[in-house]
Ligand binder design. Structure first.
Ligand code: NDP
Length: 443
């Protein structure tokens, strides 16, 4: 049995109840066969794979908070510090009822590779809670965030671990978390990113993941003799990533005809009305049914269905495993040219394989959505320097980072004869950097 098979078999037995984590590890390790076999002895001697697939630590804690009726509620909170070989742990906090250890482990593992690709000095981590923010009042959100930080603050710091937003955590939640950290520690430091602009946040951070997704998509299309101009795009999700992906796609001359939320999806043949979408989702925090009520030609459907719409490019921007084999078949049948992941692991392993076999250009989330964490790292730099860069300056740096990520992927593809397998290219480039740092620092 080779090294990779050996590790996968052990993980399968030990973590059979953690499907998302196993899925993420399988995707990465399967794509590293060539690079690992070249140096198998060295990697075995340093137990590189054993160390890469296990976190430095998993912190879990109880989060008690009072709701508006005076009832005491209990949630679980987590922070997973995966790997700090190349910098302090860095990764978002997710608030969603589905949050569990398997999901956070997959996200923290992926984050380690993603952060490596950015070229910035940040390690991998992730955290969150099974708290459901939907339907809660501002006061309840604040009560939860304050209680969550009362435990979390012990384990984070600007040079230790710097959390940020993810699903269910935007500017409002980061504000409450930061206020509580400051109150407990009496220090004003860049311990969280995604902060508001009046207290240490970076311009473009809110837009960064969506913008970055389009920058790398554009670069990849150009490298394949294509362009975004006049392309039809299907986007899923209607949150932070989706909204700013739509904004940049429109700016670059494409037409986006779909978006979705956790209850249904919109088909808008005239192209998504961005201002209306922002008003429904960012201001009113309402369902997409509100969009369809106002926008005449748009149609709202319950459930899932975004990938049944004919498009040139698909950008899944909602959540994990939202683009499955049947969806991939529909995309291929409809002539889709490219799939670039705005969300983390939105495409299942089978769907990814099918898309690649059918020559659909595919960029995995760890590369395509790295713009968010990259700009978070730029926020950390600005906090350390105690100054703020202009919107143009941050945007330019973001664009350069995204283009460099694609160049790294292409170089790895060339060096290891991976063709246009950008999944393997991204994993290889990210792996080599982290592993070099791990070996240099000893056990
Ligand atoms: P948001 O909470 O802002 O938006 C998530 C969107 O996806 C919402 O429209 C939500 O619907 C929908 N959604 C969430 N869960 C499900 C589900 N189980 N089924 C169907 N739809 C769902 O999150 P983000 O936009 O920040 O994150 C989206 C994805 O991007 C996640 O995978 C995240 O990990 C990844 N990501 C985010 C980054 C960031 O900077 N924010 C950076 C890198 C990756 P509803 O409106 O009903 O809640």
């Amino acid at each position: 049995m080779n090294y990779i098979e050996d590790i996968l078999e052990k993980l399968q037995t030990k973590y059979a109840n953690e499907p998302e984590f196993l899925q993420a590890v399988k995707e990465v390790l399967a794509s590293l066969k060539d690079v690992i076999s070249k140096n198998e002895e060295l990697y075995r001697k340093n137990a590189i794979l054993e160390r890469l697939v296990s976190p430095d630590r998993i912190i879990s804690f109880r989060v008690p908070w009072y709701d508006d009726c005076g009832n005491l509620n209990i949630n679980m909170g987590y922070r997973i510090q995966w790997n700090n070989a190349i910098g302090p742990y860095k990764g978002g906090l997710r608030l969603h009822p589905t949050v569990n250890q398997s999901i956070l482990k997959f996200l923290a593992f992926e984050q380690t590779f993603k952060n490596s690709l950015t070229g910035l000095p940040i390690g991998g981590g992730k955290g969150g809670s099974d708290f459901e923010p939907k339907g809660k009042s501002d006061r309840e959100i604040m009560a939860f965030c304050q209680s969550f930080m009362l435990e979390l603050y012990k384990y984070i710091g600007p040079n230790v671990d710097v959390p940020a937003g993810d699903i269910g955590v935007g500017a409002r939640e980061i504000g409450y978390l930061y206020g509580q950290y400051k109150r407990i520690t009496n220090s004003y430091e860049g311990v969280l990113t995604g902060k508001g602009l009046t207290y240490g946040g970076s311009l473009i951070r809110k837009e960064a993941t969506g913008y970055g997704l389009l920058y790398i998509t554009d670069k990849m299309l150009k490298s394949n003799g294509l362009s975004l101009k006049d392309k039809t795009i299907c986007v899923s999700g209607a949150g932070n990533v989706a909204i700013y992906a739509i904004e940049k796609a429109i700016e670059l001359g494409a037409k986006v005809v779909t978006c979705s939320d956790s209850t249904g999806w919109i088909y808008d043949p005239d192209g998504i009305d961005l201002e209306l979408l922002k008003n429904v989702k960012e201001v009113k925090r309402a369902r997409l049914t509100e969009y369809a009520k106002i926008r005449e030609n748009s149609v709202y459907h319950e459930g899932k269905g975004v990938w049944s719409v004919k498009c040139d490019i698909a950008l899944p921007c909602a959540t994990q495993n939202e683009l499955l084999l049947d969806d991939a078949k529909m995309l291929v049948a409809n002539g889709c040219l490219a799939v670039c992941e705005g969300a983390n692991m939105p495409t299942s392993l089978e769907a990814t394989k099918y898309l690649q076999e059918n020559n659909v250009l595919f960029i995995p989330g760890k590369a395509a959505n790295a713009g968010g964490v990259a700009t978070s790292a730029l926020e950390m730099s600005q906090n350390s320097l105690r100054l703020s860069w202009t919107k143009e300056e941050v945007d330019e740096r973001l664009k350069t980072i995204m283009e460099n990520i694609f160049i790294q992927i292409e170089n790895a593809c060339q060096e290891y004869n991976l063709g246009k397998n950008y999944v393997s290219g991204a994993n290889t480039a990210a792996f080599l950097k982290v592993v070099d740092a791990m070996i240099s620092q000893g056990v």
